[in-house]
Design a protein around this ligand. Sequence first.
Ligand code: FPP
Length: 257
Amino acid sequence: MKNKINFEQTIQLNEQDLLKIIDRQKLPKHIAIIMDGNGRWALKRGLPRSVGHLAGAESLKGIVEICYELKIEVLTVYGFSTENWKRPQQEINYLMNLIIEYLNKEIGELCKKGVRVNSIGTLQELPQSVQDVIANSVERSRDNSGLVLNLALNYGGRLEITNAVRAIAEAVEVGCLKASQVDIQTITDHLYTAGLPDPDLLIRTAGEFRISNFLLWQLAYSEIWFTNVLWPDFRRQHLLSALVDYQQRERRFGGLQ
Ligand code: FPP
């Protein structure tokens, strides 16, 4: 991509044109998404928030598909945060059922495509029915070698780091590890994401400019792409626009060009 192309230009382009611009050799290995704006999407239409979440689950299907087609290694999506328990019980129940429905409906197709389902978060605090369907999807897809669909459920970055620190402190306490041996890799290895590459690209929809306790450690050097598009309106073209923008950035990781 010799000449820079700005966002206004990319949104004029259709999927085929965007695919022509994208350099397949320079795709992010790991894309993380904060799927925001379901509620506002519904509100704008005078519909209950649950309809927004349902439409959000449809958007997710399309985005999983394009990530799989592009051979992205990992897609992490923020499905339910440790703070989302503050929502009305009815909405929480709806979201839990939606996760169950999504996985039950999609797991066959995901397996056919070679997608491996993984999850991060404090799963043991989720309703048993949700835990069961996650365990079943993880098990059914465990040998797949395509895209890793990483579902962040009851996930919070601060809690994840706290748990990692606690596990490391326990290892030091019983003498398995010396405090002086604790380094960046030790912490990385104790996170839910151990073994996965850090996200290269974080996308947040719905015009919010926050990280919201998502992957606090792992996002240290991620490129961030914000859009005003509400998650239920987020389509393959939007992801491709984000990739075009990502490929025009110079990643220096604190060094020089
Ligand atoms: C944020 O929008 C979205 C969520 C808290 C839930 C995301 C869930 C989905 C996209 C459903 C499918 C997910 C899975 C894992 C199957 P919001 O409700 O905060 O929107 P608002 O800011 O407009 O109110």
